[in-house]
Design a protein around this ligand. Sequence first.
Ligand SMILES: [Zn+2]
Length: 157
Amino acid sequence: MRKTYRELLRDPRWQRKRLEVLQRADWACEECDDDSSNLQIHHHWYENGRDPWDYPDSAISCLCEDCHETATILLRSIPRLELNLDALHRLVDFAIELKEEQDAHRKLADEFAPRRRLDELLAKAASGEITYEEKIELSNRLRLKNKIAPLIERVKT
Ligand SMILES: [Zn+2]
């Protein structure tokens, strides 16, 4: 039967590794330099079935109790963080799709609804009583109409 993690931590190989890490850290927290608190050994990552001493030095830190607690919480939150990022990406994709759909609808609505405004502007242009702003508006509306006319034809058929 496989040893429990608690049993593995009593293994002389772990005792030696632990001592090496403490000596490397000069018996102080490698995060905040605290040398008066209880020091603990922290694994930056875990692999199932791997013995606690069988990790590269870079994967192990000597930390005070407070820093160890913070590091452990951060380590545990990583999978949840990835999940949330994934959900966020899906949400952004959905928002973009929604925006594109709304834009398409608005273009169609512009084509169908403001025909009266377009007629109004054309009448003003014909009578010569058109302001500069209205000229720009007319030009934009005509350009938009030309651009989406094929789209509307496609929707109708
Ligand atoms: Zn610390």
